[in-house]
Ligand binder design. Sequence first.
Ligand SMILES: C[S@@+](CC[C@H](N)C(=O)[O-])C[C@H]1O[C@@H](n2cnc3c(N)ncnc32)[C@H](O)[C@@H]1O
Length: 259
Amino acid sequence: MDPKAPAQLYLDSEKDELFERGPWPKPFAFNEEVVRVFDDMVSRSVPMYREVVACAAHWAKDYHQPHTRIVDVGCSTGTFLELLGRFLKSPAILVGLDNAQPMIDKAREKLAHIASHHKVELHCLDANLFSFADSSVVVMNYTLQFLPINQRTTLLRSVFDGLLSGGLLFLSEKVKCHSPHFQETITRHYEAFKERNGYARSEIERKKEALEHVLIPLSQDEQLAMLYDAGFREVDILLKMHGFTTFVARKTTPETRPL
Ligand SMILES: C[S@@+](CC[C@H](N)C(=O)[O-])C[C@H]1O[C@@H](n2cnc3c(N)ncnc32)[C@H](O)[C@@H]1O
């Protein structure tokens, strides 16, 4: 892959028509039905999805330390790891983690062609049971938001503890606004973006209902505080659109965390 060329993602799924007519998945879950349409769903629902995945590949390349692991938490169908696998010239250890077996099965198919060049490991596991030891890069795009809030702190601490010094966390989340006024505007613009991507009003409403109590966004300040609490001291915001925000956090020494 030419690093200067715009990245083409390997998206491979049926069209997302899950919420067109009933019965639709409610509450929303990453089951077989969702996996079947996932690549189409995520690329039409997440603002700047292609740019974020490509950006994560560039950051992963910059912060990867030789002979260490690059871990994608909530790897879904393996889209990021597949792109990264084509992007990295030197062989690397690429680890995908997801607690939905159908996602891991799909990722295994998608990553088969890069497995001759890189060491690819896929684990069907809850992220909180994973050890991030020997990792120099952890990518977690749109996954933390699905964990109960008390488990998010535990997971970020475990990422921080496992990361090597100088290691990077690349984190993307949907965040909510403090201002109800701005939140209303952002939601309206986000839903218009989904309509432009071919979703009907009724589909947008049904999915929103299905995601209630499943995807719980924090505010940007709460997310930043959680990163600092985990121990990260070098934290920044890279991208933001319609509330979808990408944070970068680097583990620096001394590796201390407030008790
Ligand atoms: C919105 S998707 C992530 C999209 C993916 N990172 C991408 O960029 O294409 C969220 C993923 O997180 C996984 N997930 C949710 N909770 C998890 C947990 N506790 N441990 C591991 N994976 C989890 C889901 O199965 C799902 O595949």
